[in-house]
Ligand binder design. Structure first.
Ligand SMILES: Cc1cc2nc3c(=O)[nH]c(=O)nc-3n(C[C@H](O)[C@H](O)[C@H](O)COP(=O)(O)OP(=O)(O)OC[C@H]3O[C@@H](n4cnc5c(N)ncnc54)[C@H](O)[C@@H]3O)c2cc1C
Length: 411
């Protein structure tokens, strides 16, 4: 039976990064994905600039646009442009971005098989047994993509390993192996890549559009790519009952894309952070979406998938090299680097999505607040500091809004 030090389940940004780091540390690593790569992944593809601080891989060729800010609207009626002098985020298409990270992992020595569905995990003699079924993907990438190393094999197979990294996303199997029966917090979302004239995306290439209020307890977005607009909605509460209705409402109310019919949309859960949970048990670790490591304010997950995988692979490499089994250093590091930030983002989220009208007024009146948030995205500010700033003005804003009439809060 094939044996590896580490098997990584899932070849998204989390899994590809873990495999890249491990292969570069000289660890034998196999990465398995159920889809045929390059694969489509419903995602806005907004990559905050702080990625530059952590990623060693050159991603330039996958950057479609560099964003300097946003057009914020309220219920698609009123709007304000808040643009910065400096870049805030990159726009990528996930099929190309994920394939680039994966190809770097393979170049570094990781083994990879796609179209191979991990169906089960069990404790084995020297670690874990991973049961894999060949699974031709029902989802060919509908977008660009130059083709990718062909993996897969005939028939079912069992792989053995000492450690498992679960990078298998929102619906992953590894988390269910670690925490059977435990429910997770999932935000409902829908996304579509809408083909438009390149002239249109060129004219709007330097900002994203974010709408507050059109979606209850969430937001809607349009992100510019080359020849496409990625449009979507995410609701942290309540949207789950009628996501399609909200999505269509948003598209129909959008001046640039209403009337467009040439697209398919896809729903996908976003496993936003709820509360800290141990993400290691025995020799198994969860990274990225599998560990609910998604920013609960904006639903940003790519950066956190990559960063958590870097931390996880450092911890597991050390364990292998030193012959130890304890992986708890991963949880310890997350509890200082991730969770205080996520908890601050959670509080911001509660305020913003409960009172989108007030939030929109705040942003319109105080553009410097947007700049502070852009600095969070650049890795030059912290959510905890941004939260303090919001708290310091929230009280007086609530009073003013209440004076104008309680309904003002919700109109
Ligand atoms: C509509 C939408 C919009 C979003 N927009 C943004 C955004 O603009 N910016 C941002 O930062 N984040 C965004 N996110 C979140 C982001 O997509 C995720 O946080 C990110 O993809 C997490 O990466 P990951 O590697 O953990 O998991 P994924 O990218 O989900 O990768 C998991 C991989 O595991 C594979 N897999 C799953 N189960 C198995 C199995 N049993 N066997 C084998 N393989 C398996 C899957 O095929 C997949 O390739 C968005 C999410 C959604 C749904």
């Amino acid at each position: 039976m094939p044996y590896y030090d580490v098997i990584v389940v899932g070849a998204g940004p989390g899994g590809a990064t873990a495999a890249y780091e491990l292969a570069n540390a000289g660890i034998s690593v196999l990465i398995i994905d159920k889809e045929k790569f390059p694969r489509y992944k419903p995602c806005g593809g907004g990559l905050s600039l702080k990625i530059d601080k952590i990623l060693n891989i050159d991603i330039k060729e996958t950057i479609e646009n560099t964003i300097k800010g946003a057009y914020f609207s309220y219920k698609q009626k009123e709007g304000v442009f808040l643009l910065s002098d400096k870049p805030v985020a990159y726009m990528v298409m996930r099929d190309r971005f994920d394939s680039l990270l994966l190809s770097e992992a393979v170049k570094s020595g990781a083994s990879f098989i796609d179209e191979s569905h991990v169906k089960g995990i069990s404790n084995g003699k020297n670690g874990y047994e991973i049961f894999v079924n060949k699974n031709p993907s029902p989802l060919p990438s509908p977008l660009r993509g130059e083709g990718w190393v062909k993996g897969g094999f005939s028939g079912d197979k069992v792989y053995n390993c000492k450690y498992v990294i679960g990078a298998d996303g929102a619906n992953g199997i590894v988390r269910r192996f670690l925490y059977p029966g435990i429910k997770r917090t999932l935000a409902a979302s829908i996304e579509a890549e809408i083909p438009v004239d390149e002239e249109l995306t060129d004219n709007h290439s330097h900002y994203v559009h974010i709408d507050f209020g059109v979606i209850p307890y969430g937001y809607a977005w349009v992100f510019p790519k080359k020849g496409f607009l990625s449009a979507g909605i995410a609701g942290f509460k309540g949207v789950a009952k009628h996501p399609k209705r909200y999505f269509e409402q948003f598209i129909n109310g959008h001046s640039k894309i209403n009337g467009t019919t040439e697209y398919k949309y896809k729903g996908h859960p976003i496993p936003i952070f709820n509360k800290p949970l141990n993400l290691t048990k025995g020799g198994v670790m969860l990274v990225g979406d599998a560990g609910n490591l998604v920013d609960p304010f904006f639903g940003e997950g790519i950066y956190y998938a990559i960063r958590s995988s870097q931390i996880a692979s450092t911890v597991v490499s050390e364990a292998i090299i030193k012959g130890k089994t304890d992986l708890s250093g991963y949880d310890t590091k997350l509890s200082t680097e991730f969770y205080p930030e996520f908890m601050a983002a959670q509080q911001i989220s509660q305020f913003v999505y409960t009172f989108p009208r007030i939030w929109f007024n705040v942003l319109s009146d105080r553009p410097e607040l947007a700049e502070q948030y852009y600095n969070v995205l650049r890795g030059e500010n912290r959510y905890s500091i941004f939260l303090k700033e919001i708290k310091s003005i929230a009280g007086s804003l609530m009073k003013t809004a209440l004076k104008k009439g309680f309904l003002q809060l919700f109109k």
